[in-house]
Design a protein around this ligand. Structure first.
Ligand code: OGA
Ligand code: NM2
Ligand code: ZN
Ligand code: ZN
Length: 408
C-alpha cells in the first residue's frame, strides 16, 4: 500500500512509478494511476466526494438514496488526507470532522469529470444522439420491424426504441386487425399516456368531428398536442383500414433537422422562433362519454434545453390560438420567421402511404407529420387507431434493456 499524506495548499510532485492520490489544494483530489490505462490524472472536487460518500451512514445502497446533507451541503467539511490503496483499489479520504470515506476506483472512473467520460454517459445511458435527416436521406433512416417480433423479442423491442430515439420514427409491419394493437405496444414499452382524447383514439371521418384530424381533409405538417405542457412523447398510429382513394397518405419531416437548418442558415429567424411563445389551444369535447376540455399551453415553435440543444418542436396550424399574448412589435417578425420554418418543412417533407397492418410510430416532440385528403366510400372507410407514450417511460425501458444489471 502506498500512502501519501498531503497538507492543504501544498502541491506534491507525482512519483513516476506509483499510483497515488493527492490533495492538490483544499478543493480537489487528484488520482494518478500507474500504466497507460488512464492517461490524465482523474480529478474530483472534495465537496463532491463528501457529498457522495458511499458509507452506510451517508448512503442507503439498496434504494440508492443519499442520507446525508439534507439541510446543508458539505461545503465546510475539509479533507485532511487522502490515500490510494493499491491493494483494494480504493481512494480513502480522511475528513477533518473524523468521518472516513472510501471510493472504489471503478466507481470513480465512471464518474470522472472529463468531457469524454461525461459525453460517453450522456450518449450511452442518458439519451442516444439523434441523427437528423433530410428528405433525400429518408430511405437510409427508415427502419421496419415485424409487429410480433416487437412483442416477443426484447432485442427487437430495443432496436425499435433506439430507432425512435435516433431516427425519430419507425414502421411496424403485419399487425393484426385489432383495435388493441396500439394498447399492446404501449404496454410492451410500459404505460399508455391518457389524454383528453382517451387512452386510445380513433382517427377516422366522424360526423360532427371534434378535431380537425377526424375529417377527410388534408392535415398540415404538425406535432400532436402542442397545447399540452406534458405533450405526448411518441405517437403510435395503427392503420386498420387504409383509404383506397388517391389520398390518405402520410407526410413526414424531421422537425429537428429543420430547426437545425434554421439555426445555421437563418440565425435571426431561429432566435425569434426559439424565444417568442405561441398560444396553442384545444377547446371542445371528444365523443359523448368524455369530459369537455380547454387545453392551453404557451411555448415557442423551437424549444431548447439548458445545453441549447433542440428538445421539442411545437407546430400545429389548426391548434394555434388567434390570441397571441406577446407585445405588438414581436408579431410581424414572428410571422416572417415562422414562414421560413414552414417553407423549409414543406420542402423537406416525404410522402408515403401505410397499408392495413402497418403501425407508424414517431417522436411527437420532433417529427412534423401530416396527411393528404381522402374520400371514404360505403365499402372503404379509412380507419386508424392511435395511442401515446411518454419519453420518460420509453427511455426508462430502453435503459433497462441496454443495462439489465445496472446498479447505479
Ligand atoms: C392525427 C394525424 C394522421 C393520419 O390524427 O393527428 O396526424 O394519417 N393523423 O390520419
Ligand atoms: N388527436 C388525433 O394536436 C391535435 O389535436 C392533433 C390529436 C385528435 C388525438 C390530433
Ligand atoms: Zn459517509
Ligand atoms: Zn397528428
Amino acid at each position: 500500500m502506498l500512502t501519501c499524506r498531503h497538507w492543504i495548499g501544498q502541491l506534491r510532485r507525482w512519483s513516476s512509478t506509483s499510483s497515488r492520490a493527492l490533495l492538490t489544494d483544499q478543493n480537489y483530489v487528484e488520482l494518478r494511476l500507474d500504466g497507460k490505462e488512464v492517461a490524465k490524472p482523474l480529478k474530483y472536487p472534495t465537496v463532491w466526494l463528501r457529498d457522495n460518500c458511499q458509507c452506510p451512514e451517508c448512503f442507503h445502497a439498496f434504494t440508492r438514496a443519499r442520507k446525508s446533507h439534507w439541510e446543508q451541503g458539505p461545503l465546510n467539511v475539509k479533507a485532511e488526507s487522502v490515500i490510494y490503496n493499491e491493494q483494494s483499489q480504493k481512494l480513502e479520504v480522511q475528513w477533518e470532522d473524523r468521518h472516513k470515506s472510501s471510493f472504489a476506483l471503478e466507481w470513480l472512473k465512471e464518474r470522472d469529470f472529463s468531457e469524454e467520460t461525461r459525453n460517453k454517459y450522456l450518449h450511452n445511458v442518458y439519451k442516444p444522439l439523434a441523427q437528423l435527416w433530410s428528405k433525400k436521406e429518408f430511405q437510409q433512416v427508415r427502419n421496419e420491424f415485424q409487429y410480433e417480433d416487437i412483442l416477443q423479442k426484447d432485442e427487437v423491442l430495443k432496436s425499435w426504441l433506439e430507432a425512435l430515439a435516433v431516427q425519430g420514427f419507425a414502421i411496424l409491419k403485419q399487425a393484426p386487425n385489432d383495435m388493441n394493437v396500439v394498447r399492446h405496444l404501449a404496454n410492451r414499452i410500459g404505460y399508455i399516456k391518457k389524454t383528453t382524447y382517451g387512452d386510445i383514439f380513433e382517427v377516422k371521418s366522424k360526423p360532427n368531428a371534434g378535431n380537425y384530424a377526424y375529417k377527410m381533409v388534408p392535415l398540415p405538417l404538425h406535432t400532436d398536442m402542442p397545447y399540452y405542457e406534458y405533450k405526448a412523447g411518441i405517437n403510435i398510429l395503427h392503420t386498420l383500414v387504409q383509404s383506397s382513394s388517391v389520398g390518405g397518405a402520410n407526410t413526414l419531416t424531421d422537425g429537428f433537422y429543420i430547426a437545425d437548418q434554421m439555426r445555421q442558415l437563418y440565425p435571426d429567424y431561429f432566435n425569434v422562433l426559439k424565444s417568442i411563445p405561441v398560444n396553442w389551444y384545444d377547446i371542445g369535447h371528444d365523443g359523448d362519454a368524455k369530459q369537455p376540455f380547454h387545453s392551453l399551453w404557451r411555448a415557442p415553435v423551437i424549444c431548447l434545453d439548458v445545453d441549447n440543444q433542440i428538445t421539442r418542436i411545437n407546430q400545429n396550424t389548426t391548434k394555434r390560438d388567434s390570441r397571441f399574448s406577446v407585445p405588438l412589435d414581436q408579431v410581424q417578425k414572428w410571422y416572417e420567421a415562422y414562414n421560413k420554418f414552414l417553407e423549409l418543412a414543406s420542402a423537406e417533407a416525404v410522402e408515403f402511404k401505410t397499408e392495413a397492418g402497418d403501425v407508424f410510430v414517431f417522436n411527437n416532440l420532433r417529427m412534423l407529420h401530416g396527411r393528404t385528403a381522402y374520400e371514404d366510400s360505403t365499402e372503404n372507410k379509412r380507419h386508424l387507431v392511435g395511442a401515446y407514450v411518454d419519453w420518460d417511460i420509453i427511455y426508462s425501458k430502453l435503459r433497462t434493456l441496454k443495462f439489465p444489471n445496472a446498479q447505479d
